[in-house]
Design a protein around this ligand. Structure first.
Ligand code: 1CP
Length: 344
């Protein structure tokens, strides 16, 4: 901790610079698949961990120390910055975020307060500062994207089809835009605060955006995302945009002022590049393969590494998050394999 020389491989890959090996980290790398996390979770609620810098930093460091990954990601949730703006959210075990006051009308949208991250969420800045003293790999900050945040706000919790969310978008375009504007302000201010506090890269999670068609994305979403990434770009810190099921959106994403596109396994990385995507890429192992026998997992990883490394600017990751049934030893073996196989 701290004494080790700083490993900037991940930051170099974000900038499409030469790297000594392919950097790797895993979305949701801190969480319930780790026995140590489950122990800590017995003592504290999700938001108690989040709001206690010592514990939050410990949970953030755990996968770095346990798996040997090349980046840490701040432990928090995409719902964290919504609490101070007036959203009543609870993280329900084996379900996810549940909201007791979902958005139904323009009054509900207008009721959402503006965010002042330094005073509303001082523990986030404190955790980041502590981690910067402790870590010898880059720290990634993150936030949810307006569409994905709005899906929880409108549906009231996790959803499979996002009918209510998209229904609101089609039926009330002005209210929808007001909601996007408000959430864009939250996401931008919250990420700028994380960067000021010491985050060395930021990822915007738009997990459920794949449910929106390309024409609707252009009309209802792209201007909001362009605004967010334009503001973030001014900091010079690398930015990453993640969504699942987004093959149909990648050409539009390529026009956004974002550095890295994080894609899932439904499209091969060689096919992403064949679309003319010239940004750095992150991904895209199917998380389910973590349950496959090692030889099969290794073949899958090798195939992805070969495709990812056909051009500069590639970061290995899963196509979506680690899940509770994944095994620590499988992830350890995978991380070592990625480093060894790609070493120059
Ligand atoms: O009780 C618990 O411990 C709940 C499990 C848990 C954890 C560990 C939740 C509830 N959130 C988190 C942490 C979390 N959430 C991180 C930590 C940093 C890391 O190690 O990666 C991050 C980046 C998130 C982001 C997040 N939360 C996303 C985007 C990424 C993704 O997986 O798509 C989303 C969609 C959420 C909502 C959420 N929070 C928690 C759950 C179980 C869910 C998903 C619910 C659903 O299926 O809609």
């Amino acid at each position: 901790m701290g004494q080790k020389p700083f490993n900037d491989t991940f930051l170099k890959a974000c900038r499409k610079e030469e790297v000594p090996y392919t950097p790797v980290w895993y979305m949701r790398q801190a969480g319930r698949y780790q026995p140590e996390y489950r122990e800590i979770r017995k003592k504290y609620s999700f938001f108690e961990i989040n709001e206690n810098p010592e514990v939050c930093a410990e949970v953030t460091r755990l996968p770095v120390e346990q798996l040997g990954v090349d980046a840490a990601i701040l432990f928090a949730d995409i719902m964290t910055p919504l609490i101070p703006i007036g959203v009543d959210v609870d993280i329900v075990p084996s379900k996810g975020p549940v909201i007791s006051n979902p958005i139904r009308t323009i009054d509900d949208v207008q009721r959402l307060k503006a965010i002042a991250p330094g005073t509303d969420l001082p523990f986030i800045g404190d955790t980041i500062k502590l981690l910067r003293e402790q870590l010898s790999v880059p720290l990634i900050g993150f936030a949810g994207a307006p569409f994905t945040l709005s899906s929880y706000l409108i549906e009231g919790g996790p959803s499979k089809d996002y009918h209510k969310t998209k229904g609101f978008m089609y039926a009330h375009p002005n209210e929808w835009q007001a909601l996007m504007d408000k959430l864009a302000e939250v996401t931008t201010a919250y990420l700028l605060y994380q960067i000021e506090s010491g985050a060395q890269a930021v990822q915007v999670f738009d997990s459920w955006i794949g449910s929106v068609g390309a024409d609707d994305y252009e009309k209802y979403i792209a201007p909001t995302m362009a605004k967010i990434f334009t503001e973030l770009k001014k900091t010079g810190v690398p930015t990453i945009y993640f969504g699942s099921g987004t093959a149909h959106l990648l050409k539009i994403w390529n026009q956004l002022p974002v550095d890295v596109l994080s894609v899932d396994w439904r499209i091969d990385l060689k096919d992403v590049r064949a679309l003319g995507i010239n940004k750095a890429l992150q991904g895209n192992l199917d998380p389910s393969t973590l349950l496959a026998p090692w030889d099969l997992l290794k073949e899958k990883a090798k195939n992805i590494l070969d495709q990812g490394n056909e051009a500069p600017g590639y970061i290995f990751n899963l196509g979506h998050g680690v899940f509770p049934e994944a095994s620590v030893s499988q992830l350890q073996q995978l991380t070592s394999f990625i480093h060894e196989y790609t070493k120059k």
